[in-house]
Each structure stands twice: as C-alpha cells, then as structure tokens.
Design a protein around this ligand. Structure first.
Ligand SMILES: Nc1ncnc2c1ncn2[C@@H]1O[C@H](COP(=O)(O)OP(=O)(O)OP(=O)(O)O)[C@@H](O)[C@H]1O
Ligand SMILES: [Mg+2]
Length: 473
C-alpha cells in the first residue's frame, strides 16, 4: 500500500517524501480512508506506530487554508505532547498554508492568544483550551474535526468533564476521532455517547507492548533501589533512558541522589516551571542529555528516537501505564529495553502487567546486555568491502585517541564515546583499532576536527581522552 493509494493530495505526498515516510503503517492504512471520508474513528495501535500521522494527515487535508476560522482541534494530556503533535502537524502540512497553533499552560497566555488569531488547526491541553474559550480568544464553532490523542487518558476522570465542555462548543455535525495504544472497554462505551457511528480500528498484534522491546525486572528491597538503578545503568549503558518515578517528590529525590552519585541526569515533572520543562525536553530530544528522571507526565506519546531504555524505578500504577511508559522506547521499528524495579511484595503487580500486556518480563541478569551488545558490534565491525576511505563518496579522516587496551578500552567503548559526544551515528564511525596505548577511529572528514574537540577531555572507562586528527591516512 502507498500513501497515494490512501487518497492523500500531492502536497501531502511531497511532505511525506520529505520526511522519509515510505509506506503507511497499518494504523495509517486503516484509519486514513475513513477519516478522509468524514467518519468518526476510534483507533488503537501499539505505541510508536504512527497514530499521529493517522489522524494528522486527514486533518491537514481537511483544513482549508483560505478559511480563517479554527477548523480542527487536537486535545492532548500534557504540554510536552501538545508541542510535539504541533510540530508533527506542521511537518505534515509543510506544503499547505495551514496555520497550526499550540496552546498549553505555563506559557504566556497573551502570546498564544495573538497566534490564535491566525489559527486554522489548534493543538491544546485541556486546561488552556478552556481558558482560551472563556477569554474569547478561541472559538470552536467551526471546528468540525476533533481528535483526542491518548483518548483513554483524556476521558479519564481528571479530564472528562472539561473535555465534554469543550466538545459541546464544537459543531453538532463534527467529526470526532480517538486514538491511543490502550482503549479500555469503558472508554469505548463512553466514546459511543459523543461519537456518531464510529468505525473502530484495532491493529491486531499478539501483545499490547511492541515486540521489539525486551522486558526485564530486578527484585530488590525498597532501600536498595537506588543502588540497583545505578547498577542497571552501568551495565546497560543506555544511549538514552527515561527513568519513571511515581511522584514528583520522588523524581526530585532520585534526581539528587543520582547527581550525588556522579550520574548526570535531568528531571521532569508537572511542578517545574514550564521554561525549565522545555529546556529539559529540548536537551533530551537533541541527545545532549542521556538520562531523564520523570513522572508519568512523560509516559504518553513522547517520541524521542534515542531512547534505548525505559526504567521503571517505581512500578506503574496500572498495566496500561506500563504499556505507555515502555512505549517511549522501541519506536518506529527500533529495538529497546525495559527494566522494572520491584520489591518482593510487588511480584503480583508484575504478574498482572504480564497478563494484561501479554508480555513476558524476565529477571534481569547483569552481563547479558554486554554480550548482546558485543555480538552486535562484532558484526557491525566486520571489515566492509568498500573503498577504504569513503562511504557514499564522503572522505574519512583518522583520529588518534590517547587511550588503549592498557586503559581497559574496547572498540565498543570508542564507538560509544564518539556517538555519545557528537551528532554522529554508529554507522558514521568506522575502522576502530584499539592498540596498547592508543586507539584509532575513522569519522567523516568534514566532522573530524569537531569530533576531536568534543571528545577531548571526556572520560572513557575512567580515562580522560586526548583526541587529535592525524595527518596520515
Ligand atoms: N509511515 C511512516 N513511515 C516512517 N516513519 C513513520 C511513519 N509514520 C510515523 N512514523 C514515525 O514513527 C514515530 C512514531 O510515531 P507516533 O509518535 O505517531 O506514534 P504513536 O502511534 O502516536 O505512539 P504513542 O502511542 O506512543 O503515542 C515518529 O517518529 C514518526 O515520525
Ligand atoms: Mg501518539
């Protein structure tokens, strides 16, 4: 199936090509045609499988750039997700002249109100949308296409009343769509009360969680959890990880403990000022920060490619929350690892999660990850039969690093360090050779000097590096 066959317009197809989307995902295949026809849709599909585009592409097609009114609305449970969905819709609509505006709490209402004057598509958190309606900055009388992203969360007690109030502001003949990775039966029933003859789409899969994610648990007494976490992080060496903690106070406490233990972390929870939340999210998304300790404010919808690990420092309150938290890794076909810390008394809760998500959660064993990684890296480093100094025509330069086998270095450490401290990816790094006291690595020539600068002074296995570009090939 192609995007063109789904009935999307030429400008949208161009935008998708630009984004590198080649084929629709199953939820997109199934949800886009009925949404384009104007049907109401309840869509359920695993985390990271492209639900945003499933509702977003028809939304962009629907919005008329020559109509100045707000024609479409997306409600999201968190500010971070609101920002992310806004960016996604703008990317899908990059060849249309549709104005997509985000409204969320914690940021100056005046600025958002000014932007709302031009808005044709609004993405908002519930509280701020209500506020904007009350202050007569937002009018929904023409908003005929409404989406609740993370529908089950939006229709949960905390939001339900306000969501209903917002829906009442929209035209009677509106089109409503609900999307989530989890749609419990009571939500489906509730949905029926304010939807019109909805099409229900469930993308069938054996498990609720994505099957490219490995699940593990570590059983420890409560007071040993901090040490267990440090051990897990040391062993696993995540590219990026989100560590979930049940409470805001708990997030702050764990953040401090890790910092004291010399582990660099950032924290995220709902009591932090919005400016700080934004700063943390930007740094994490750009890969400048590796570890994020967060409440469930980060559990839903967030799409960050580098997240290789999710750690449940506290076991989630419900199996569905487990599904969403774990879904922050292993997105769009990538693999990921999930590790849950439990106390002996929480075994039963873990079993309930396994049953509900139809997933096996295995005991975590130190060392296992290392062997897995080494195997993968050995494969990756098998000499390639390509020209020695160019991949896709890019010249390569050789760096010399002032650390080697005597410092405990392994090829994987060198690759890891380059990837960690620069914007290069595994595939850009090649020909690693670890000698007695030195190591060599090749990186694309245009980036070599920058890589050397960024690596110098950084520590690998406790040794501070010196890195220089060599002149010899
Ligand atoms: N057809 C496609 N081809 C390639 N990549 C895609 C396609 N559709 C979506 N993606 C990418 O997949 C990732 C996950 O998409 P998205 O955030 O919409 O997932 P989701 O189903 O909403 O997950 P969640 O349940 O966690 O909210 C994004 O990075 C998105 O850009
Ligand atoms: Mg989503």
């Amino acid at each position: 199936m192609t995007f063109a066959e789904l009935g999307l317009s030429a400008p949208t197809l161009e935008a998708l090509a630009h984004l590198g989307y080649e084929h629709p995902t199953p939820i997109q295949e199934q949800a886009i045609p009925p949404l384009l026809e104007g049907r109401d849709v309840v869509g359920q599909a695993q985390t990271g499988t492209g639900k945003t585009a499933a509702f977003g592409l028809p939304m962009i097609e629907y919005a008329d750039p020559d109509d100045p009114e707000v024609q479409a609305l997306v409600l999201t449970p968190t500010r971070e997700l609101c920002i992310q969905v806004t960016q996604a819709l703008r990317a899908y609509g990059q060849r249309h002249r549709v104005d997509v505006v985000a409204v969320f709490g914690g940021a100056p209402i005046r600025d958002q109100a000014v932007r709302l004057k031009d808005a044709q598509v609004v993405v908002g958190t519930v509280g701020r949308v209500m506020d904007m309606i009350d202050r007569h900055h937002l009018f929904l009388e023409q908003a005929r296409y409404v989406v609740l992203d993370e529908a089950d969360e939006m229709l949960d007690l905390g939001f339900l009343e306000d969501v209903e109030a917002i829906l009442r502001r929209c035209p009677m003949g509106r089109q409503t769509a609900l999307f989530s990775a989890t749609v419990p039966p009571e939500i489906q029933r509730l949905a029926d009360t304010f939807m019109h003859d909805p099409v229900t789409i469930r993308v069938r899969s054996a498990t609720l969680t994505i099957d490219t994610v490995d699940h593990h648990y570590v059983e420890v007494p409560d007071r040993e959890k901090p040490d267990a976490l440090v051990r897990v992080l040391k062993e696993e060496r995540p590219e990026q990880a989100i560590v979930f903690v049940r409470t805001k106070v708990g997030v702050d406490r764990l953040g401090r403990r890790l910092t004291d233990a010399g582990v660099r972390v950032k924290t995220l929870h709902g009591d932090m000022p919005q400016g700080q939340r934004d700063g943390v999210m930007i740094a994490f998304k750009e890969g400048r920060e590796r570890l994020l300790v967060a409440t469930d404010v980060a559990a839903r919808g967030l799409d960050i490619t580098g997240v290789s690990h999710v750690v449940n420092y506290d076991i989630p309150n419900s199996p569905d929350i487990y599904v969403h938290r774990i879904g922050r890794t292993g997105r769009a076909g990538e693999s990921g690892r999930a590790i849950t810390l439990i106390t002996p008394r929480q075994r039963r809760e873990l079993a309930a999660i396994e049953r509900h998500a139809r997933t096996q959660i295995e005991p975590w064993a130190p060392g296992e990850r290392r062997t897995q990684r080494e195997r993968a890296e050995r494969e990756a480093w098998r000499p390639r039969h390509t020209k020695p100094h160019s991949r896709d025509g890019v010249p390569y330069a050789k760096l010399i690093l002032g650390a080697g086998r005597t410092d405990g270095l392994e090829p994987a450490d060198v690759v890891g360090a380059v990837v960690d401290h620069t914007h290069l990816e595994n595939d850009d790094v090649r020909h690693v050779r670890v000698l007695e006291r030195f190591s060599f690595v090749e990186v694309p020539e245009p980036r070599a000097r920058e890589v050397a600068e960024k690596m110098s002074g950084k520590r690998i296995r406790g040794t501070r590096l010196r890195a220089e570009v060599t002149n010899r090939p």
